[in-house]
Design a protein around this ligand. Sequence first.
Ligand code: NDP
Length: 456
Amino acid sequence: MRTYDFDLFVIGGGSGGVRAARMAAQRGARVAVAEAAELGGTCVNVGCIPKKLYSYAASYGEAFEEAAGYGWRVPPEAPQLDWSLLKSQRAREITRLNGIYGALLQNANVKLLNGWAQLLDAHTVDVDGQPFTARHILIATGGTPFVPELPGREHAVTSDGMFDLDPFPKRLLVVGGGYIACEFASIFNGLGATVTQVHRRAHVLSGFDDDVRQFVSSEMGKAGVDLMLSTEVQSITRGANGLEVMLSHGRHLEVDTVLMATGRVPNTQALGLEAAGVAVDKRGAIAVDGHYNTSVPSIYAVGDVSTSVQLTPVALAEAMVVVDALFGERRRRMDYEFIPTAVFTHPNIGTCGYSETDARAKYGKVTVFSSEFRALRHTLSGSTERTFMKLIVDTASDRVVGLHMVGADAGEIVQGFAVAMRAGATKALFDSTIGIHPTMAEEFVTMRDPVAGSMA
Ligand code: NDP
């Protein structure tokens, strides 16, 4: 029998790769991870974690303004953000997390190779000139921002560059209408920038429930984001006072920074995929079957490099499916239905299951419940922010198949409901659940009257 240097060689030390490496090693496998940059991948270094830290930073701005309504004597001059301090605080925390990832691998006896990995064949990986053999190889190299062809695109930054901008962008243009565009527009607006967001469609957040899309646009607008819909960027040039941006319909803007948040593409370049015979699909992502096996039997791929559901927890779950199949006791498939997700706009979006449009397409008859209100917190805060909640019920089975919220801490609230939804909770079960008073979340168990005409 052929012997290998490792049982599993993981290319990419992000969320999926580190989880797979650690869990495989804990099951007794000899494992190596190759990573050319810092450990933790997009999520830790330029994604979820720094983004959420900046989102918290932005929410303090709102809180200072609202405190006066609660009797706090607020100094007449608004508190000022020390952008340099925020950046260094963030960098310190990210460095700490990089270290934790390293320690996790070390404690699990995973060999960490700092360098660029490339496939040589179905069982061999080259790391900066040194070949290693492995029984199984897992590609978890993630994705990278996509910037469309456009005159002056070199003047724009991507989300990768937003965390360390210098100086703070007083005038920011965000291009795109997806997760990243909406989050950064909200966050930098909250941090004090004048933010314009340009999106080519009539609504932001394609794929989300239409009511959520409209509601969040309206709330972001109230908070100060100037949202230009059905608008495209035609060119960017550097002028004397900043970047000059030509938009469709003859409009023109001058800003300090342009963020292109126009999607992400899988990291498949210079990986030796062709040498090993690993096929990519029509999106350019590594093609995998239901067990994350690529076109080469010994090579697997998980996370953003292969999946269409680009979420850290999905990459983690996919990694566990691979490890369980290779080094555990069972081979199973991941269930992609009812994956909860949050968008950290201000206010947040939390969602689980189907949009109303998708639910009607899948289930036929659905019943819709929705509620819009001012949260108790804002009775005294002076904020005009409103909260929106919506339930979509499969009329035939009474199962809740869509749950959506726009409001403070929506992600925190929806996580718990996602468990109930995966367990098949019916509307009757929601109705029989006692609310926690006074919270916003209780509204999800007290909505009794369907939206008029929704039962069609
Ligand atoms: P998305 O796919 O969510 O959004 C991309 C946006 O860019 C869309 O609005 C799209 O418009 C627009 N766009 C694409 N191409 C062009 C173009 N050529 N010109 C103008 N606009 C264009 O990608 P993101 O980069 O925002 O995020 C990537 C993924 O990362 C997300 O889908 C999500 O899975 C994940 N993510 C998750 C987060 C979370 O969980 N909170 C946070 C951030 C990212 P259109 O709608 O017309 O296609």
